[in-house]
Design a protein around this ligand. Structure first.
Ligand code: FAD
Length: 415
């Protein structure tokens, strides 16, 4: 194949790469997307947040998704012992979308990828990035290998690395750093639900806390299948023996709420295990490149923030590159790292405090405080840049403080 020259090379056609390429296309910047696999392909990350609807809308990708009639996610249910905590996205502190979707990612990502191709973005499937070199101006030469084993080069003024767990530039440029979160792992599959419960119960997304640090996700899709997965400390997941299917079958017994509904259903594929999934990097950008989505940072699935950060960072990187290529000055440290890390840090607090137990104390405390609930609901909807929300602005302090007040109340009640 002949070598190619573009303004922007995008690595990976997941949600992050798709929104980035769509934004660039809408703004007259030439780009090429190279995607290692052939779509549709499986990937985990099926519960979205309302905030990502803003990104699909802004990049012109919302209508194609609407047509798919994915299962509506209007909130989220958390269960612990006999206590139920329901979040309703229409009751949240920050204005914004009050619903999103629960999606089989193979279909969802395929819809996005087909739409960018339709818009005229140049996408090559089955093409894998194997090497990248930068010159002193940040211009790059990327080596791409096709499925047939042929190689060609792409010269680009800028690279957006949205390669997800491929983590192409973090690997090639030694940008990985250890995550500060606890080492957690997940095991998951899909089941075909032949007899779903009637009404909302059958379609409700639920996070069932089966032990303080271990939880089960149940994500029903509109196609009749349901995603199920356990998340917990790596040693907990490793403590189960046998095949992955045997491990997951055994784990299901811990869920009092879901065992009967799920116990006899066949797994649609051998459960996958992802060990120690949290990832972090030393820097989010460099001369001639930006890392977006999972290639940059991944915290934890508990609040479903992955795809939303993937699209938030994909759109942001594409906007800044557009400015820069149009001759405007861009402060990448402030406008990219500063902005993205502000949101990541809010979610990092919520993830950490979930596993310390402080956030669970707030979720499952009765009676509920409706003001606090609306403020936390806005965070769970992905609106983590709204500093009018005290649970965003003071995230570090407030979760701990409220948990402490609950402890004191409980102690008073006991004495
Ligand atoms: P991806 O969607 O992973 O896309 C990256 C693409 O890059 C892939 O198609 C890949 O084939 C391609 N690629 C990789 N290497 C190369 C290469 N060398 N050359 C070319 N192409 C390449 N997020 C949520 O929002 N909700 C959830 O409920 C949720 N649950 C999760 C559960 C678990 C157990 C885990 C581990 C993660 C979960 N996530 C969830 C996170 C979610 O999976 C990711 O955040 C999201 O998929 C990131 O999107 P992306 O576009 O960055 O990358």
């Amino acid at each position: 194949m002949n070598d190619i020259a573009v303004d922007v090379l995008i690595i990976g056609a997941g949600p992050s790469g798709c929104v980035a390429s769509s934004y660039l296309k809408n703004n007259g910047i030439s780009s090429k997307v190279v995607e290692k696999s052939k779509f549709p392909r499986f990937v985990i990350g099926e519960s979205l947040l309302p905030r990502c609807m803003d990104h699909f809308e802004e990049t012109g990708l919302l209508d194609c998704l609407m047509e798919q009639q994915f299962e509506i996610k209007a909130g989220a249910r958390f269960l612990k012992d006999d206590i139920v905590c329901n979040f309703d996205f229409s009751k949240k502190h920050t204005p914004g979308w009050d619903y999103t979707w629960q999606v089989p990612r193979a279909d969802f990502d395929h819809t996005l990828a087909k739409e960018i191709v339709k818009k005229g973005v140049d996408v090559s499937f089955g093409h894998e990035v194997t090497a990248v070199e930068f010159d002193e101006n940040g211009h790059s030469t990327t080596t791409v290998k096709t499925e047939e084993g042929n190689e060609y080069n792409i010269r680009a003024k800028f690279i957006i690395d949205s390669s997800g767990y491929g983590r192409v530039l973090p690997r090639l440029l030694d940008l990985d750093k250890p995550s500060t979160l606890e080492a957690n792992s997940a095991i998951f599959t899909h089941v075909k639900e032949t007899e779903r419960p009637e009404g909302v119960e059958g379609t409700l997304i639920t996070f069932d806390v089966v032990k303080d640090e271990v939880w089960l996700w149940v994500i029903p899709f509109s196609n009749g299948n349901t995603s199920i997965g356990f998340v917990g400390p790596t040693e907990f997941i490793e403590s189960f023996k046998g095949t992955n299917a045997e491990k997951l079958k055994e784990m299901l017994k811990i869920s009092d709420y879901y065992y009967d509904r799920l116990k006899d259903l066949d797994f649609l594929f051998e459960p996958h295990i992802i060990k120690n999934y949290s990832k972090a990097v030393k820097q989010l950008y460099g001369k001639g490149y930006a890392l977006t989505g999972n290639s940059a940072e991944f915290l934890d699935p508990v609040f479903s923030s992955g795809v939303t950060f993937a699209t938030e960072s994909g759109v942001k990187a594409a906007k800044l590159i557009t400015k820069q290529l149009n001759g405007e000055k861009v402060d990448w440290e402030q406008d990219y790292t500063g902005y993205i890390m502000k949101g990541v840090d809010v979610f990092r607090t919520y993830v950490s405090e979930w596993y310390t137990g402080n956030l669970q104390k707030i979720f499952f405390h009765r009676p509920e405080n409706p003001v606090i609930k609306e403020q936390i609901c806005a965070v769970l909807a992905g609106y983590v840049w709204d500093e009018t929300n005290p649970f965003v602005k003071n995230h570090n302090r407030l979760v701990k403080t409220v948990a402490k007040v609950i402890d004191m109340e409980n102690e008073r009640a006991l004495s």
